[in-house]
Design a binder for this molecule. Structure first.
Ligand code: RB5
Length: 154
């Protein structure tokens, strides 16, 4: 299951991705927006929660640039969101970073390339090994940053 969401700047791209997933019989949850103006962090939160709570394995977030969605998504513990505009970065953010959210910008890349990136993102496996150690360190950074917040209370 893939969780998918967009803001008002990327409804066309989200619809193209949905049609692409339909063709491939890949199940998805569409968390909006259907067209009304919205704030991208709200959509990022909805999509990422589906991953954190285990309903979805991966997420796809699209906005004007992909950047706002990725910044918001990466604030959520356990999320590794990557903005990708090319095949190489998309392949390697799966192989090396175990990215669980793909972010793209409708105002940045064409639909054909975006759909190819979706395929690469969904089909490429994490390599593990030395990359697992590095991903674990990202998880440790999340924990440390939470500790820093607690310390300020003392
Ligand atoms: C909306 O105009 C735009 O700011 C948003 O889609 C996104 O590009 C933000 O990063």
């Amino acid at each position: 299951m893939i969780a998918i969401g967009c803001d008002h700047a990327a409804v066309n791209l989200k619809n193209a991705i949905k049609a692409h997933l339909d063709e491939k019989n890949i199940l998805y949850l569409d968390l909006g927006t259907d067209g009304e103006a919205c704030d991208y962090p709200d959509i990022a939160e909805k999509v990422c929660n589906e991953i954190i709570y285990g309903t979805a394995e991966k997420g796809i977030l699209v906005c004007g640039t992909g950047v706002g969605m990725s910044i918001a998504a990466n604030k959520i513990k356990g999320i590794r969101a990557a903005v990708c505009n090319d095949c190489f970065s998309t392949r390697y953010t799966r192989k090396h970073n175990d990215a669980n959210v793909l972010c793209m910008g409708e105002r940045v890349i064409g639909t054909g390339l975006a759909l190819e990136l979706v395929d690469i993102f969904l089909e490429t496996e994490f390599e593990g090994g030395r990359h697992q150690r590095r991903v674990d360190k990202i998880t440790e950074l999340e924990a440390k940053s939470m500790l820093d917040g607690d310390e300020e209370e003392f």
